[in-house]
Design a protein around this ligand. Structure first.
Ligand SMILES: [Zn+2]
Length: 77
């Protein structure tokens, strides 16, 4: 089961959904997504992904900066 949380006290709406991958190519696994406002996109990629490989996409819908989802590594392989 994914776990949800918030890593920042920022109250801005997110404009970026930053995905964090471990591994590369065909074995890459999406381990975490975190939403970030424009000001925190760099922070999200550098810190909030805990070293995962970042890939930012425009956020769709209303989300708040700093909210993240961790995916179960066993469930995703
Ligand atoms: Zn923010």
């Amino acid at each position: 089961m994914p776990t949800f949380g918030k890593v920042a006290t920022c109250t801005s709406p997110a404009v970026w959904m930053v995905e964090g991958y471990s591994g590369t190519g065909g074995t890459a696994s999406l381990d975490r997504t975190v939403y970030a406002c424009q000001r925190h996109q760099v922070t999200a990629e550098a810190q909030w992904l805990r070293g995962l490989i970042p890939e930012s996409r425009p956020a769709s819908g209303l989300h708040w900066c700093g909210t993240f989802t961790d995916y179960d590594p066993e469930a995703s392989g």
